[in-house]
Ligand binder design. Structure first.
Ligand SMILES: [Fe+2]
Ligand SMILES: [Fe+2]
Length: 195
């Protein structure tokens, strides 16, 4: 079982860790894109929901932090002479977005919970990478990100709770986590942070 703190329904398989550590260049490059997308998704929420004042400051802070993570991964890519380039994304993000209900306030609640689940999965995988990567600097880089990503997970779930109420948010989070657990593990998919 994954850590109960992270509300994931299924732990990442060892096969992903093996594939990721064997393709670290790709994983690092995809990680850079993930941090950038995390910042972009946070900014989109700010533009979509100006009426929800309580979201503004914590999500603005989160977006800034994701951009700092992005810059740090760019630094790693540069140090390793890996060219920054576009990469076909994993289907994971699009599949999760397809779960978002259309009508408000459910749409906002689901978008926050989906963002929270992505943070949880990222956090879980960073921990696995930190444990599996032999190179101390890179392993430490990943263990150094865990606390922030776990905090982002909690923040998104708490914000969703402010819209749905704590009793409304838990069952929906469970449903979305169950869906999330089915969106990876395809051995034919290219190796990505969320493949
Ligand atoms: Fe991040
Ligand atoms: Fe994050």
């Amino acid at each position: 079982m994954p850590s109960p703190v992270l509300k994931l329904a299924r732990a990442t398989e060892p096969a992903w860790v093996e594939a990721a550590t064997a393709n670290l260049e790709l994983v690092l490059l995809d990680h850079a894109h993930c941090e950038k997308k995390a910042a972009g998704a946070a900014l989109r929420l700010l533009f979509q929901y100006p009426q929800h004042g309580f979201l503004q400051r914590p999500i603005a802070e989160l977006a800034r932090e994701e951009l700092l993570h992005f810059e740090r991964v760019l630094g790693l890519l540069e140090a390793r002479k890996i060219d920054y380039r576009s990469l076909s994304p994993a289907l994971y993000g699009a599949r999760l977005q397809a779960e978002v209900r259309r009508e408000e306030p459910r749409r906002a609640i689901d978008q926050l919970l989906v963002a929270g689940l992505i943070e949880a999965r990222s956090c879980e995988r960073m921990k696995l990478l930190a444990e599996a990567i032999a190179e101390p600097a890179l392993s430490e880089f990943y263990s150094g990100l865990l606390a922030a990503e776990a905090r982002h997970h909690r923040l998104y779930v708490e914000l969703a709770g402010q819209l749905a109420g704590p009793d409304g948010v838990a069952p929906r989070l469970e449903e979305l986590a169950a869906r999330e657990a089915t969106f990876f593990g395809d051995p034919a998919a290219p190796v990505r942070f969320h493949s």
